[in-house]
Design a binder for this molecule. Structure first.
Ligand code: SR1
Ligand code: MG
Length: 419
């Protein structure tokens, strides 16, 4: 497919004809196109995703649509977002060594990325709903968040390189605008695209009347929109992780933007907590064991984040910030500065975590952990625990200073009868 052909959404029927000569595809599949199978498997909110396969191999073809797939063409969305997703994938590949799918080809005009097909990996959220475990998940998540946070910041990057990259990503306006409204604003008033389980009305009314809560969330939005500490994944949840029983990869960084270092860690923690709170509706006898396992993943990811961040601080602090010339070269220990930064990151992460816990029950784009619970009367008390804990995290983010406190808080809410 050449850059001279105007953008056209692919179909399973047109794909072979249009991509059949592309090296990125042909070098990985059989030369006999008649043997190729094409399946559209996109279950996300925005794009087309195809698996193209034959007996020799397979690739993923991801193409942006000019509108939000979840809503339809009444909500247009620029195709150029694929450019930023490709930028994010290639940067993450350099910063995390094998944690993201390899990009084989990018076509700007077709808004299309051809990349590694992760197989037999499946979407982590589905595994969590089924009660499956993934060995090493917590340390994978913690390392991914620490490496991307550190290596994408001026703790590691040269000031000019980082500023230039902030400039590149500043061209991506519509995608951050989605998060600005759907994540930070819509949950806290009766916005057009919102929906929630009506049995939650008393809890929702109380959240929406809490001026202190809304103000704290808007302060976090201010940080999210104006603090360019590092390049974020921007939408790190259990649907953006693909796993086998012992290996995980992060996918789908199309919400990448520059933002505060605690954002991804907070978002992913929220999604683990929502998996935790939803489990009573999904599990039988193994409920306690499985919930404990999810909490252990949360604990391990937060702990690993700090360990990996400290390691990078001591071995890769080559950027403009906290230079060795100011600390080690003067015979001064910089570890206090590192620990203070980790405290700030954790405080931000806890507040972002609470906000994500709210938006997935109140705004557009709920998550399957709760939505798959068909009976609203079973779902509501579980969602209520999640909403109430989210509020406490936002209001008391700085006092949830370690994973033990977070885990105890979750265990406490898990016993509550709110509705
Ligand atoms: C209109 S997009 C809705 C949500 O889907 C994406 O995965 C992001 O989470 C976004 O907020
Ligand atoms: Mg996504």
């Amino acid at each position: 497919m050449s850059n001279h052909v105007a953008y056209e959404p692919l179909t399973p029927e047109s794909l072979v004809e249009r991509l059949g000569q592309l090296d990125a595809v042909t070098s990985r599949l059989d030369s006999d196109h008649s043997q190729w199978t094409v399946h559209e498997v996109g279950d996300g909110n925005l794009n087309l995703v195809f698996i193209v396969a034959d007996t020799k191999g397979s690739v993923i073809v991801k193409q942006a649509l000019p509108y939000v797939r979840l809503v339809g063409d009444s909500w247009p969305l620029p195709l150029y977002r694929a450019f930023f997703e490709n930028c994010a994938l290639t940067r993450q590949a350099l910063r995390t060594f094998g944690c993201v799918p390899e990009v084989f080809h990018f076509d700007d005009v077709q808004a299309m990325i051809i990349m590694e097909h992760l197989t037999p990996h499946v979407i982590l959220r589905n595994k969590l709903i089924k009660g499956e475990r993934v060995a090493g998940l917590g340390s994978f998540v913690g390392e991914f968040c620490a490496q991307t946070a550190f290596r994408g910041s001026e703790l590691s990057m040269k000031s000019g390189d980082k500023k230039a990259d902030v400039g590149v990503f500043s061209g991506n306006v519509e995608i951050p605008a989605i998060s600005e409204s759907l994540v930070f604003t819509d949950p806290y008033f009766v916005a057009a695209m919102n929906s929630h389980n009506s049995l939650l009305d008393p809890v929702v009314t109380s959240l929406r009347s809490n001026i202190e809560l809304k103000s704290r969330v808007q302060k976090m939005l201010m940080k999210f929109a104006s603090n360019t500490e590092t390049m974020l994944h921007g939408d790190l949840h259990s649907g953006s992780i693909m796993s086998t029983d012992n290996e995980s990869k992060v996918i789908d960084p199309e919400f990448a933007q520059y933002g505060p270092m605690g954002f991804d860690l907070g978002m992913v923690t929220a999604n683990f907590l929502m998996a935790y709170f939803s489990q009573p509706a999904h599990r039988g006898d193994d409920l306690d064991d499985y919930q404990q396992w999810i909490l252990s993943v949360i604990g391990e990811s937060l702990q690993t984040f700090r360990t990996e961040f400290r390691r990078l601080w001591n071995t890769e602090r080559t950027g403009m910030l906290f230079p060795a010339s100011l600390f080690e070269d003067q015979g001064h220990d910089s570890s206090i500065a590192c620990e203070q930064l980790l405290v700030d990151i954790n405080t931000d992460a806890m507040a972002f975590c609470g906000i994500e816990m709210h938006r997935r029950c109140l705004s557009l784009a709920h998550n399957a952990d709760f939505e798959d619970i068909e009976d609203p009367s079973i779902r509501a008390p579980l969602e209520a625990r999640n909403l109430e804990m989210g509020a406490q995290l936002i209001l008391e983010a700085n006092s949830v200073s370690n994973e033990s406190l977070l885990i105890s808080m979750a265990e406490n809410y898990n016993q509550r009868h709110i509705l």
